[in-house]
Structure formats: C-alpha cells, structure tokens
Design a protein around this ligand. Structure first.
Ligand code: SF4
Ligand code: SF4
Length: 369
C-alpha cells in the first residue's frame, strides 16, 4: 500500500463520526509490511484523529515475523492480535510449514512468548482443517494448558473452480463433531473463564438479543475492505470485480455506503435456502456466512456447506447455552445499577479486559464497541 493510499484511507475514515475507529490489518501476512509500516499507521492515526478519538487496531498474523521491536510497538499502541495456532506441534505443523519445509510451530510459540513479554493482547485463531478436525479435545486442552483463554475456531472450507472441495476442506458433519468436542470440554468448568468467540456470540444472542459477529447477523453490510491499491470491497471473502465499490482515492465513504452493490450484497445474507426458512436454528445461524454458500453456484440461497454441522451442534448445545444465559443474567442482576454516566478513565483497559463501567462485559463488547 502506497503512502498516499494509506494516508487517504486513514484520513478519510477518521474524518467520519465514529464511537471507535476500528482498523483490521490483514494480508496475506500483514507483518510482511514491517515495523516502519505500522509506525506510519500510528503516526497517521495521530495526525488525523480528533482529540479524544478512540482507535482500535487489530492484526491477524501467523506471528512468524514478530520480533522484539514489532512486539514492543504493537504493545505500546494496544493492538489486538489474532495469532494462528492450529494445535500442538504435530498438528500445527501438518499444514503450517515455512518455505524450507520446516514446521512453524516453534516460531509461533516463541513469538507468542514475545507478545506476552510486551503485554500485547491476542486471541488464538485455530483453523479447523482435515489435519485437526478429529482432535477437538486435544487442541482445546493444549491451548488451555498453555494459558490461552481467548480462542477462535475457523472452519477451513475452500473449493476449486469446479466447486469441488479442496483436500483440507472439512465437511459439515465433521464441523458439528468438532464444535461439540470443544464445547464438551469447555462447558465442564471453563464457560465463564475461557472465551470462545463463536460460543460467546451465541451467548450474547441469547442474553442480549443481538448478533455481535457478522455470520450470525441477517445483513452483510458490516465493514469494508480496502485493498493495497485503494480498491474497496464489502467483505474480505468477496474481493471480486463485480463487487468493487470504488477506490479510496476517488470515492467518498458516503458514496460507498450508499452504493447499490453494497446494499444488495448486504441483503443477500438473508436470502436463505428454503430449509433455513423452516429451520428452528435460523435465529442462531442466520443461514451461515455467505462464504459457505458459494460452491458450484452463485446463488446465496444455496444451503451452507456446513449446515449439517450447525444443526447437530445446536441440537446438542442450545439447552446448555440457555442454562448458561440464565446464570449470566443472575450474575448481572447482582451488579449495582448504573445510574450516571461512567467517566472514561485516563488509561483505557485492554480490549479483552473487563469494561471500566463495571458491566462485567469485555471492554471491546461494551464501551469499546
Ligand atoms: S460474507 Fe460472511 S464474513 Fe462476509 S460480511 Fe457476510 S457473514 Fe461476514
Ligand atoms: S442450520 Fe442449516 S438450515 Fe438451519 S439456518 Fe443454518 S444453514 Fe440454514
């Protein structure tokens, strides 16, 4: 990304009115841009941010290039990282190898230790592929035993041009068994101390009645992707010519927000398959992410590739989520009511820390939203 595109992207976004200015840095591998790039990012956010503006930077990385200097910078500016770790060494190294054919597990773990030393907050992102889908309990226990308390499990679902699943793609049935395997470990005694993104989101839906991740929502107008050349798209899974919304150097955010392509793309999320319409889990699944519905067809009404898995998981887990929701409500009711606006402390908490207002929710899900 050129300096001009970076400056324009940050400047034009920070000229809009937002409670929090959220930037998510993704590649490929964003750390290939190097420390100077991320220094520039902060300089520009300082240059364009108005007094009191709250900025949240997220970065998804395989962590192999995170050295002391980069970790220190990310810690100083409270970046929230998503670090890819697919399980213990023998599992992680199945697909995650470096160009010289060596497994990357050791490098990732050393980078995580570095991040911890520099107090960088991070979540673990575990890609669930054919290499690890049969090991949910082993992966979960490995992460918890390492002290990792923020997990995100991502189903690996990719197809070739003929719509055939690639070798690492898991089936719906496998996904359902994997989720259930993790859930069975988590629910024993970790439910209120280990955060699993998808489980947290279901709980939020049951307790508070809103979707806090796009896959559970009914509309895909959620965020924008700005490519290295300034081209803008509605979602990182849909960087397609026919979904181009403009270019940051020539389009305003108002034009992009109003774009028919963007609005129509958003609405396609709730153009469900007939089976979804009659499905008792529609409220919790919302027909799944559109990405899982495009295989061998361009029709958003195609049933999600993972449908069987979602069904079997919700059938087995929903009553437990409802029980957990009651517990969360009881805990909340014991907290004193908030009667006056809570002053913003001079030092904001980390995004995963409890919110300063005392709600019991994480900062990123409360005043940091
Ligand atoms: S397509 Fe999937 S990832 Fe993209 S905005 Fe929709 S739900 Fe989110
Ligand atoms: S579980 Fe299957 S049928 Fe039900 S809403 Fe999800 S994708 Fe649709």
């Amino acid at each position: 990304m050129s300096d001009a595109v970076l400056d324009r992207m940050i400047g034009s976004y920070m000229a809009t009115e937002q409670p929090t200015y959220s930037f998510g840095w993704q590649g490929g591998e964003p750390t290939l841009m190097g420390l100077d790039f991320f220094r520039k990012v902060i300089d520009l956010q300082k240059k364009h941010g108005r007094k009191g503006a709250v900025v949240a930077n997220g970065l998804q990385t395989n962590a192999t290039l995170i050295n002391e200097d980069l970790a220190s910078h990310l810690g100083n500016y409270k970046f929230l990282l998503g670090v890819s770790l697919d399980g213990p060494e023998h599992i992680h190294n199945h697909y995650r190898i470096t160009v010289d054919g060596k497994g990357s597990h050791g490098r990732v773990v050393r980078a995580i230790n570095r991040l911890q030393r520099h107090r960088v907050e991070y979540n673990i992102l575990t890609l669930v592929s054919t290499a690890n889908v049969n090991s949910p309990a082993e992966i979960y226990r490995y992460l918890v035993d390492r002290g990792e308390h923020y997990h995100q499990y991502i189903p690996c679902v990719e197809f070739d041009e003929q719509g055939q699943p690639l070798p690492y793609t898991i089936t719906g049935e496998q996904w359902g068994e994997f989720l259930w395997g993790v859930f069975s470990e988590w629910i024993k005694e970790d439910a209120l101390r280990v955060s699993i993104r998808h489980f947290d989101s279901i709980l939020t839906l049951v307790v508070d009645g809103y979707a806090n991740v796009c896959s559970l929502d009914t509309n895909c107008c959620q965020y924008f992707v700005v490519e290295h050349n300034g081209d803008i798209y509605p979602c990182d899974f849909f960087v397609r010519k026919d979904l181009s919304l403009g270019n940051i150097m020539s389009s305003s955010w108002e034009e992009i927000l109003d774009s028919t392509i963007y609005r129509e793309f958003g609405k396609m999320k709730s153009q469900w398959n007939e089976q979804c319409r009659n499905c008792s889990f529609l409220k919790y699944c919302a027909g799944d992410c559109q990405k899982q519905r495009y295989y061998g067809s361009e029709d958003p009404r195609t049933l999600s590739w993972l449908c069987d898995g979602w069904k079997s998981f919700y059938e087995r887990s929903l009553s437990e989520f409802q029980r957990l929701a009651q517990k969360v409500k009881q805990l909340r009711s014991r907290q004193p009511p908030v009667t006056a606006p809570v002053p913003v402390p001079p030092e904001l908490p980390g995004r995963n820390d409890p919110c300063y207002c005392g709600s019991g929710r994480k900062y990123k899900r409360c005043h940091g939203r």
